[in-house]
Design a protein around this ligand. Structure first.
Ligand SMILES: NC(=O)c1ccc[n+]([C@@H]2O[C@H](COP(=O)([O-])OP(=O)(O)OC[C@H]3O[C@@H](n4cnc5c(N)ncnc54)[C@H](OP(=O)(O)O)[C@@H]3O)[C@@H](O)[C@H]2O)c1
Length: 320
């Protein structure tokens, strides 16, 4: 545990400190032998996650990192040597807002004089697909912020998070196995079972990749890091889930139309298009296809595979 208050230690400002990515970054830095001062942002210091961070020695700053609060956002990064930045698209499903807030964070860090920015970016899907898939708003918006960050002049690295392993058991995610009348489970997605996706236990492992960037002998300015534990075919994920849990579970490829009518119940109308595009894009281009994986020897430890995640997961609510 090396979170310190010593002024000689670099100060890392962490957005999303109470969340999965930012929380993972703080945990990874706390596990490092190198000392860090850490400032974590939240809108609510009374949250259990914020209180836990205080116990770890994190300086908690209460702030809403939105455009309307621009002056305070600038002040919030004062004195930081490095910053981890993430935006939360799924809280509002508004790409323009995500872009504006992402740019604001970069401007604020730049004004603070911090010398290293690590940003949780996304794949430029419209660009990669030559305009074929234009509804991946939450990836394209992050990619635009990446472009902005790279042009800003501050040393800037993008660490993209892969598909969360946590999406499997999460309520309302389509990768969640659904119980059938005969007690077996079905996972329905509009993709072939051979479609390969990168998977990440975001809470346990995302921070490893950020730490590796921060502690690299030379800050890899301008690079993109693809953070994932393994790439795995959807059918294999489901087969491993069945083997690990001892439940009968099969993958079923459904049509885009069936998929859209299923997800319409729990995402805004425009995001129904995004979810359909994600599926087709993954099948056609793969996710993080163009990125060299980080060699596990460079990380503080090896990230988890899907099977390792599934083995320690509490699936009881799913089986109830
Ligand atoms: N699901 C996936 O497979 C996946 C994969 C890759 C990337 N992503 C992306 O990951 C991002 C979400 O990251 P996450 O999973 O770490 O989120 P999360 O666990 O839901 O946490 C969100 C964090 O953002 C903070 N936050 C949100 N709005 C804020 C505001 N206005 N001011 C200050 N802090 C704010 C929250 O702080 P407080 O609530 O404490 O204020 C919280 O710490 C999304 O943009 C999503 O698109 C998701």
């Amino acid at each position: 545990m090396t979170i310190t208050q010593a002024p000689s230690a670099p100060l890392v400002a962490v957005v999303g400190a109470t969340g999965r990515q930012g929380g993972s970054v703080i945990k990874a830095l706390a596990d490092s032998e190198k000392p860090y001062r850490i400032r974590g942002f939240t809108r609510d210091a009374t949250k259990p996650a914020a209180k836990e961070l205080v116990k770890l020695g994190v300086e908690i700053v209460v702030i809403s990192l939105v455009i309307e609060n621009k002056d305070n956002v600038y002040k919030a990064f004062a004195g930081a040597d490095a910053a981890f930045l993430v935006t939360n698209y799924v809280e509002h499903f508004d790409a323009d807002r995500e872009i504006a807030e992402g740019k604001l964070l970069i401007d604020a860090v730049k004004a603070s004089g911090a010398m290293r920015v690590i940003w949780s970016g996304g794949e430029p899907a419209s660009q990669i697909s030559g305009g074929k898939y234009v509804h991946l708003y939450h990836w394209d918006s992050k990619a635009l912020v990446t472009q902005y960050g790279r042009a800003s002049g501050i040393p800037f690295v993008e660490v993209q998070a892969a598909h969360y392993a946590q999406n499997g058991p999460a309520p309302r995610m389509t990768l969640r196995p659904s119980k059938q009348d005969d007690g077996s489970f079905l996972v329905c997605w509009p993709m072939k079972p051979t479609t390969v996706i990168p998977v990440l236990d975001v809470v346990h492992d995302y921070g490893l990749f950020v730490r590796q960037v921060l502690e690299a002998p030379v800050f890899p300015n301008g690079s993109t890091v693809a953070a994932y534990g393994e790439k795995i075919a959807l059918g294999d994920m489901v087969a491993q889930f069945a083997e690990i849990t001892g439940k009968k579970c099969v993958f079923q490829q459904i049509s885009i139309e069936e998929f859209q009518s299923e997800v319409r119940a729990f995402v805004p109308p425009h995001f129904v298009l995004a979810m359909a595009d994600v599926s087709q894009y993954l099948e056609e281009y793969g996710h993080m296809a163009g990125h060299t994986p980080t060699s596990p020897e460079l990380l503080a430890r090896r990230p988890r595979t899907w099977a390792e995640f599934a083995k320690i997961q509490d699936w009881s609510s799913l089986f109830a």
